[in-house]
Every structure is written in C-alpha cells, then in structure tokens.
Design a protein around this ligand. Structure first.
Ligand code: ADP
Ligand code: MG
Length: 278
C-alpha cells in the first residue's frame, strides 16, 4: 500500500544538549494513503511536536520524516511537502489572515503561485466542501468558532493536499462547533480520500478512526483499532487518559457483574447489548 507518511527513528529535542528536553524519543511509523489516524496522549506527550515535524515546521534532531517519499530535510522540497501535507491548528483566529472569507481561502493557493482563474475555482470548491460557500463575502470575525475553523480548513484544502494534520482543531469549540468540524474532517477522508492525522483529547472523536496511536513521554505506547485501544480501559486510565463515556459505562457495568463485552464504543452498541440481556 502507498505510504504517504513515513518517519523513522524520529527524535526531537528542543535544545540539543539537554536530555530533559527530548519531546520525541526515537519513534517510527508509516501512514497509508487514505487512512484516518487519531493521535491521543496527554499534555506534553509530544503530539504537537510530531505534527510540526510532519509539516517540516520542525526538522528532526535525528531520524527522518518522509512525505510521499520526500525527506523533510531537503529544503528544496519544502513547498512540495507543505502542499502535500496541510496543517490545521487549534485556534482558528491565528490561522485566518484576511478580512473576507474568500480572500482568506485564496491566500494559500496564491502563495503557491497558482493563476487567478484556477484560484477562483479552488476557493469555490473548497468553501463548498466545508459548507461555507454562502459566507464567501462575510468577514471572518463575524463567524462562530466552528465556522471559522471550517474556513481555515477550506484554506488548506484549496492547496489540494493529499494529507491534512489537525492539531486539536476542536479544542476551542463548543459542542456544535466540534460536530461541524468533525463532520467536515470525516467527509474529507471518506469523500475526498484525504489522509487524516487528527490529534485530539476528545475520545469520542477517535471512535471511528482506522487507527489510534497513543503517545506518552515522546513515545508511542499503544496503537491499534479503536476497539482494541479503548478496551484497555485500565492502561489508559493509569496514564491519565479517558475512554469514550459509553466504553467507561460498559466497563463499570462489567465490574458490577453485568454480562457485557469490553469493547463497546457507541451508544447503539450499548443499547443492542443491553437489550440482549435477560
Ligand atoms: P503535546 O502537544 O502532546 O501537548 P508538545 O509536543 O507540545 O506536546 O510538547 C512535548 C514536550 O516538548 C513537552 O515537554 C513540552 O514542554 C516541550 N516543548 C514543547 N514546545 C517547546 C518549545 N517551544 N520549547 C521547549 N520545549 C517545548
Ligand atoms: Mg499539543
């Protein structure tokens, strides 16, 4: 299968000579084209550092990162790498640069030197994809958090990336905004076949991932299908992480003697299993 992202023995230290500043400690992974990967792990575990390394915002202290086979250390390929692997951050206000929505979305493709007719087409398509076309002439500061974040996403997809890295894009949003953004991310993955790396601390957002990677102290400590990862309730809790609420409920019911599977992930599954009890 086509590996869009590969990193090998990847180590990152914020200052070269200080062991305590090791943010990533020799991790290796491969991500397939079209995969939806969720990364969880508590504050300081190295998630944002990894995200920045995948976009060549940071370069490895040692080891290598390859985006579509291109090593991020090759400065001549920098724009190609950033075009392939787009990035969306936590705070939409820090990502929106223009005073009109469509101008903001045009900013990325303009920087890539794309000609203006093509930019118009891309901006319209991108805004349509995130469901924000009717806001094209609005001022970004008039929008809700979820709407602003969707505009920021449109700005990234207007550059036609194969892969988007989302670093806690829902952290500052209310539940409605979170849902808007998650629906958009899932749509990009399913309909546009864009590879997604989604960093989050909301466990519910990880339930339908193809793979979950759990990070702790700069290393990958657990990895697998959501069902596999979240069934390890005790291991996750011991490092201060949660599981989806319904998985937690199942776990407590099992401890209380109710006959349920360990790997319930959704409310529908819970209802189904409870209805089968007699
Ligand atoms: P996460 O995104 O999982 O919260 P980070 O990648 O931001 O983790 O941080 C990993 C480690 O690197 C933490 O110990 C953090 O304190 C440290 N770190 C992050 N950014 C910097 C920085 N700019 N300078 C020095 N240390 C940093
Ligand atoms: Mg972070």
């Amino acid at each position: 299968m086509n590996k869009i992202i590969k990193f090998k023995d990847l180590t990152y230290k914020y200052t070269d000579n200080d062991e305590s500043s090791t943010a990533l400690n020799s991790i290796s992974k491969e991500i397939n084209q079209g995969e939806f990967v969720v990364i969880i792990g508590h504050n300081g575990s190295g998630k944002s550092t990894l995200a920045k390394l995948l976009n060549a915002l940071l370069l490895p202290t040692s080891g290598d990162v390859y985006i579509m086979g291109n090593n991020t250390k090759n400065s001549q390929l920098l724009w190609e790498i950033r075009e392939t692997a787009g990035m969306v951050f936590q705070n939409p206000d820090n990502q929106i640069v223009a005073t009109v929505v469509e101008e903001d979305v045009a900013f990325g493709p303009e920087n890539l030197g794309i000609e203006s007719n093509e930019i118009k087409i891309r901006v319209e398509e991108a805004l349509n994809t995130v469901g924000m076309l009717e806001f094209r002439n609005k001022a970004p500061h008039m929008l809700s958090g979820g709407q602003k974040q969707r505009v920021a996403i449109a700005g990234v997809i207007a550059m036609r990336p194969s892969c988007i890295i989302f670093d806690e894009p829902t952290a500052m949003l209310d539940p409605a905004g979170r849902k808007e953004v998650m629906d958009t991310i899932r749509k990009l993955n399913k309909d546009e076949n864009i590879t997604i790396i989604h960093i989050t601390h909301f466990m519910e957002e990880a339930v339908d991932a193809d793979r979950i990677i759990v990070m702790e102290e700069g290393q990958v400590i657990l990895e697998g299908l959501p069902r596999e990862v979240f069934s390890k309730v005790k291991a996750l809790k011991s490092i201060g992480l949660d599981v989806p609420q319904v998985t937690e409920l199942a776990h407590e019911l099992i401890e209380a003697g109710v006959n349920l599977p360990e790997d319930i992930l959704t409310v529908d599954e819970m209802v189904m299993h409870l209805c089968q009890l007699n």
